[in-house]
Write a protein that binds this ligand. Structure first.
Ligand SMILES: C[S@@+](CC[C@H](N)C(=O)[O-])C[C@H]1O[C@@H](n2cnc3c(N)ncnc32)[C@H](O)[C@@H]1O
Length: 310
């Protein structure tokens, strides 16, 4: 990597680490509280573990949780008798994960360490499954982390990763968030924009779904299934348009329709979760023709998803 790129990545990562150091209590609490945002993260975790269940990995299979945060997915995977490595660059996060792992009595199956997805401290072909929830949106580019996660997967292994999506149904109704109104918002002037959409510190980036799929395929991965997650909060000029309980009900209803495969909602959530496979050399290679991607990127079977609890 050229020096200049390397140093801007290091600066970005330092800011990111400071952000998540401060936010570390939030990333445990959000899985225990009620609310729309909380429900969305809980659903993302539930779908992830349901996807992992669907793989039917044998006990003791080695899996990796990248950007483990407070360790919710780590513990969920360890409770499935998998052997889990968990990494995160922020010490407050690895400490929170260790605590959660100890409380769940799964220490014998989990190894936690500080680490960065851009340089994973593992050999090639180590894991049967790599999970990265909420990590890619915070990084400057998705290609280097995807390449690195693919490297540590063994042939026939799987990646479960989430992005924040460019087209989100909830944004269409809010002039401050609708991507189609980006031009008029720029014309509104920096003063107005600063007041209406305050921007401070590092922020997550959105990715077009098409670009995400293309990048996965470029890494040699085969797309297996995908899930859209998160339809609320519902806002107009950044203010809630529904009382909290009605907003939550609407989010949950839209989510259940999306989980059931309703085509109009299949990519309308604020996040997208994919399951992709690193092909096995012995298997016939799946086609990487982009016209086939949408057909292949179908939701997991409903029965698997409903049955699973974190
Ligand atoms: C939004 S939080 C999600 C945490 C957890 N995966 C979850 O879903 O609850 C993002 C996590 O990614 C971690 N992270 C940030 N930069 C990273 C990097 N370069 N490599 C690995 N993890 C990173 C952060 O420290 C943070 O814990």
């Amino acid at each position: 990597m050229p020096d200049i790129e390397h140093s801007s990545l290091a600066i970005h990562q330092r800011e990111l680490d400071a952000h998540f150091r401060e936010e570390s209590p939030f990333w445990g609490a959000i899985y225990e509280r009620e609310g729309i945002v909380e429900t969305i993260y809980q659903e993302r975790l539930r779908l992830t573990l349901a996807m992992a269940d669907g793989l039917c990995l044998p006990p003791s299979t080695r899996v990796l949780d990248v950007g483990c945060g407070a360790g919710l997915a780590t513990v969920g995977l360890a409770r499935r008798a998998l052997t889990v490595d968990a990494i995160d660059p922020v010490r407050a996060m690895t400490q929170a994960t260790r605590k959660r792992v100890a409380a769940a009595c799964v220490e014998t199956r989990v190894a936690v360490q500080e680490g960065d997805v851009h340089a994973l401290p593992f050999s090639d072909d180590t894991f049967a499954l790599v999970v990265a929830l909420g990590v890619l949106p915070w990084l400057p580019k998705i290609e280097p982390p995807l390449r690195e996660m693919t490297r540590v997967l063994h042939p026939g292994g799987y990646l479960i990763a989430a992005i924040d999506t460019y087209w989100q149904l909830r944004q269409l109704f809010d002039p401050l968030r609708n991507p189609l109104l980006h031009g008029p918002r720029r014309l509104a002037g920096p003063f107005l924009r600063r007041r209406l959409v305050p921007r401070r510190g590092v922020r997550p980036q959105v990715t077009r779904l098409r670009e995400f799929k293309r990048e996965l395929v470029a890494q040699g991965l085969e797309l297996q299934s995908g899930y859209t997650v998160g339809f609320g909060p519902f806002t107009f000029f950044n203010r809630p348009i529904l009382p909290a309980s009605a907003g939550l009900r609407l989010n949950n209803w839209l989510q259940s329709m999306a989980n059931a495969g309703t085509p109009a909602l299949s990519s309308g959530g604020s996040q997208f979760l994919v399951l992709a496979k690193k092909p096995n050399a012995a298997e016939p290679k799946g086609s990487c023709d982009s016209s086939q991607l949408d057909r292949r990127l179908q939701p997991c079977p409903r029965s698997t998803l409903r049955a699973t609890q974190p």
